[in-house]
Ligand binder design. Sequence first.
Ligand code: 6GU
Length: 247
Amino acid sequence: MIIEVITIFPDFFDSPLRAGVLRRAVDAGIIEFRTVNLRDYTSDRHRTTDDRPFGGGEGMVMIPEPIFKAVDDLRRASPPPEVIMLTPRGERLDNRIARELANKKRLVFLCGRYEGIDERVASGCIDRELSIGDYVLSGGETAALVAMEVITRFIPGVLGCGTSAENDSFTTGLIEHPQYTRPREFRGMKVPDVLLNGNHRDIATWRRQQSLRLTYERRPDLLEKAELDRDDMEFLKRLGYRPEAAG
Ligand code: 6GU
């Protein structure tokens, strides 16, 4: 997959791409990443990318011309990319969308500044608007990084053997069970016995129940969509879960 990011802060992406899952995906040749400096598509001496809003008001608005030029340029590629603008008013990014985007050959992310982008960009230039949550970032760059990481995790071969984003919390529909490692006792806090006795069925049952318990306590909304069997339901009922009343 080729990911191109249109931004006025290309340096922003340097260090995040030198670590973790994104770096591994780049090193393995699974993704190719390029930044596109929006200022390279400006046509005035000052390399202007924004201007004052018509109608007045606070803040500056990104002008359409450099954005259209940059996107036109990137759309000439084959296959043509899906062009996504990061903005708090977009559709909320989740695992379903990440999985869908992980199948694309090319993505272009357009990072806007929060104060605004000329509306003609949304109506005439891009394919889709995405948000990463109900809060405001001053620019789309951090959101683009989040999107890139989430999407990359769903590309086959990116996560190590045996692990995959398909087993993670929210993909299975439940919060993950707690994990422990050495030492067996730390500052008086002990690792649960069940994890130490080597009975794999007991361990699996314990983990499933811990997942259910954590999800019930912290994200009961997730239980409505999770795949639950009879044992799960019985366990949840003992905790006080009442399906009809949930939400
Ligand atoms: Cl995608 N952009 C900005 N600027 N703020 C956000 C966001 C995106 N998602 C949540 N807040």
